[in-house]
Design a protein around this ligand. Structure first.
Ligand code: HEM
Length: 394
């Protein structure tokens, strides 16, 4: 059966106002930029804030800005649910302030908070922590099985509390992280930190990843009923409805190996053209992927093990919002690059189905290896005066 799918590019994400409060501000900023070309109307300043409060947490369906830092904290063993609730109140309050350009409560350098540059802060809880504190784990969340392609390193895996910070300003990000880590220092230690970047093409459109591929073309539309269902926990999740489960996979890319492929080889690995992101069966990036198309020879145009074919044939939908990393080169000149691959879904089974299908046979497996893995339950957003995770502790 043909899986239900929607296609949405970055323009589409900006326009899909339904659901995420955050989209309003980002969309308004983009629209204001567009109006700037009309000389009769003075250009409104682009938005620099993304609302913190809303039905869903910010930093999930809003247009991904250029920088991200993911922090996974390990919560001290003596911390109970009441203490965690108190910390979440503090963290949420400071995150709300910082994302709106206000200083955190105990901010030693309040000036650094003045320009948030589309800063978002998103919180999530590791499954072990929820278990340990007797807090409810929604049915859609669960651990990942071991995949045959995994080469996981502890240094990039697991964690009790996720703090995802995204934005356009390096200084705003650095300041926000400093404040939030300060808030949490007495109850948790940093397990890992992963920094990622994306570069928007000057003319707009979908960014490229470190392998040079146009990455992020096909994603569900969060504003549609099907898209929303694919991303957010439904009413059966009770107080967690409107939340989501996040998979973070650190994928190391073998660039030296990748460099040995010519353009045709690279196209075939993905099933889309490296030049313009169009499927091998189409002309433009947004053209549908035709898995049935055949060459005169009878062979499929999109190879049997091409990444997009394997991903589509798994029959599930996830929201991908990944970042690149580059921690190299090392002393030997070897690159250390890859993707901080991030997927949000209503049920971790959606991710597992795709990852299993890719692990079985995906030409990309020769060039990208999972070296880190973590799953977090992201509660819904909160209203002003509330805090993230409140429903969990009720
Ligand atoms: C370094 C690792 C990876 C790279 C470089 C990569 C790259 C790409 C590229 C270039 C595309 C085509 C353009 C697009 O639609 O965005 C794509 C599509 C896709 N990828 Fe990946 N990917 C990686 C890992 C993964 C993983 C781990 C999963 C899930 C387990 C995944 C799931 C998908 C899905 C669902 C699509 C959309 C297929 C469609 O509907 O056309 N990818 N990926």
């Amino acid at each position: 059966m043909e899986p239900k799918r929607q296609r949405l590019n970055r323009r589409g994400l900006l326009g899909a106002a339904g659901g995420a409060a955050a989209l309003g501000a980002v969309g308004a900023g983009a629209a204001a930029l567009g109006r700037g070309s009309d000389e009769t109307e003075p250009a409104a300043a682009p938005a620099t804030t993304v609302p913190f409060h809303g039905a869903h947490q910010a930093g999930i369906t809003d247009d991904a800005p250029s920088q991200a830092v993911l922090l996974a904290l390990d919560v001290n063993d003596d911390v109970d649910a009441d203490r965690l609730a108190a910390v979440m109140r503090l963290l949420s309050d400071d995150a709300a302030r910082l994302t709106q350009g206000e200083a955190a409560l105990a901010d030693a350098d309040p000036e650094l908070a003045a320009e948030p540059a589309l800063l978002t802060v998103t919180f999530g809880f590791g499954l072990d922590l929820l278990d340990r504190l007797g807090l409810s784990v929604p049915a859609g969340a669960g651990p990942l099985p071991a995949f045959s392609v995994d080469r996981l390193e502890d240094a990039w895996s697991g964690g009790d509390l996720l703090i995802q910070v995204c934005g356009e300003g390096d200084l705003a990000l650095s300041h926000a992280i400093r404040m939030l880590v300060k808030d949490s220092r007495s109850f948790a230690g940093v397990r890992w930190a992963q920094r990622g970047f994306r570069q928007r093409p000057a003319g707009g459109g979908t960014p490229r990843n470190v392998l040079g591929q146009i990455d992020g073309t096909s994603n569900p539309d969060p504003g549609s009923a099907d898209g929303g269902e694919a991303i957010w926990f439904g009413p059966e999740a009770g107080a967690l409805a409107g939340g989501t489960v996040m998979a973070v996979r650190r994928m190391r890319t073998g660039l030296d190996r990748w460099d040995r492929l010519d353009a045709v080889g690279k196209d075939r690995v993905i099933g889309r053209r490296i030049a313009d992101g169009a499927p091998l069966t189409g002309e433009a990036e947004d053209d549908p992927v035709d898995l049935d198309a055949r060459e005169d020879s009878g062979l499929p145009v999109i190879p049997t093990n091409a990444h997009v074919r394997r991903a589509i044939e798994a029959g599930e939908t996830i929201l991908r919002r990944s970042y690149n990393y580059d921690d190299g080169p090392g002393p030997d000149g070897e690159s250390d690059t890859g993707l901080v691959f991030i997927a949000y879904q209503a049920d971790i089974g959606q991710f597992i189905a795709i990852q299993e299908h890719l692990a079985e046979a995906d030409l990309l497996n020769d060039y990208a290896v999972p070296i880190g893995s973590a799953v977090f339950v992201l509660p819904p957003g909160c209203e002003e005066g509330g805090w993230i995770g409140q429903g969990l502790f009720a």
